[in-house]
Design a protein around this ligand. Sequence first.
Ligand code: LLP
Length: 413
Amino acid sequence: MPGFYRDDHQLACDGVPLAPLAADLGTPLYVYSAGTIRANYQALDAAFGAHPHAIHYAMKANSALALVRLMRGLGAAADANSAGEIDVALRAGFEPSQIVFTGVGKTRVELERAITLGVKAINAESAGELTRIDALARQLGTRARVALRINPDIDAGTHPHISTGRHENKFGVPVDEAVAIFGAAAQWPHLSLVAIHSHVGSQVTDTTPIGRAAEIAAGTARRLIAGGARLEYVDLGGGFSISYDGLPVPTPADYAARMLPPMRALGLPVVVEPGRFLIGPAGILLARVVDVKTRSGGRRFAVLDAGMTELIRPALYGAFHRIEPLQPRDAAPVLHEVVGPLCESSDVVGSDRALPPLEVDDLVAIRDTGAYGFAMASNYLRRPLPAEVLVDGGTWHVIRRRQTIDDLLALEE
Ligand code: LLP
């Protein structure tokens, strides 16, 4: 059975029970379900149906080489956000023509690399960046393929930290400015303007702003085409949401129903850049309880061996992740403050969680942590990065070994 499920009360993943795995490999441990990744990819691909489309996996969500390779095997292309992610994409077997390169502040070195490789598009963020790309392409004796990111001034209704489509956000250029920029394309003889790019936010649980952004992108594309631009596609970014609390969220078909009509009317292929949807629910973080203490008033703290160094989303965004004991005790649930081991009060993994009383050495799973979990992990307090395991059809393998203190010190004098 693909995904995470209970087998005789024991949490398992794609045919592998997780408690013995944690005992073998230690905790904290990230575990990914290949079956879930496949199912999510296929659901998204099916939602766009016969309309020409390309799914560029947003590597920022999780760029473990084995996972990027798996995405490629499924038919995905890549969305890279740094020179490092471009290198990982190449190492995973992607052709440059399958990579779009996004980023608000690309350095000259990064741009040179992308131009030399000849990526599918550099998603440009400003007129100034276009000018720099043009100059570099001239020096390199080539023509660079670029997409221009528009800022549609839309409130995607997500957490302010991950909302990107408002006028006051730093991303992209306003629509009228974009049209004026394209009108001046003759001043950039070393650029090919191949697409319009837009991304209004992440974890967008309302499909209305997604539809509106698609309409604005299509409208902008139409104005540009009328002005002589030879656009090849429209890139509508990522943002497909997942359910962190088990309540329903829009399905890929719901998003596609909003995105596709403007694209059909325009008659251009669509590119999307999903990260969280593909990998988020396919990952869990396994942790062990290292201490339990109760305060007068009944507050029960369970201190885990994983915290904001392994998973920063709760501390940074107040994000909710389900927490489940691996082997549930047959006891009435009590409220827990599930916290990490770090010297920060914000190092809380989950507040007010009703769980059967956790005891020292219990294992817990923190759900839906495949996206922006390991990818945002840090070495704060000299904590080594956790290991990562990919489970597929009843077998597992370590796709990244646990970091050691020697690994960390190897870079230092
Ligand atoms: N494309 C662009 C241009 C983006 O900026 C992003 C995400 C994506 C695609 C992928 O979005 P997704 O499909 O995963 O929603 N660290 C935050 C999320 C930051 C997202 C940044 N941009 C979190 O943990 O929620």
